[in-house]
Design a protein. Sequence first.
Length: 137
Amino acid sequence: MPDIIRIAAALLIDGQGRTLLVRKRGTQAFMQPGGKIDATETPAQALVRELHEELGLRIDPAGARHLGQFSAPAANEPGCEVHAELFRVDTCDAVNPAAEIEEVIWLEPGQPVVVQLAPLTRDWVLPLYRKVLSAPR
């Protein structure tokens, strides 16, 4: 039975419809911004804290739309599985990589992915992102 890591993650979408992927220092895989949920936090509170720590973003938790819970093998912790509470967050604010974030990329919906992706991002988040942006408004 794998160890479970509970995280809050953001499908962060900018005004041009692009989504942000981040790569943590010392790792290869790109993933959604976010991180572990502390014992005293709700998933939305963890998301607000992580986006501020990692990217300098200040978001209103009421503006984060819960998209569901998704699970996948952890990208950086062998033998572990992430259980992610995924939220859609729309922002036009600039992001400033900080804390453990080494690199960020903005990805357009139809853009081919040429970087290594975390399993959660590859298997769940990007397919959902493409579906969300292709849905009629």
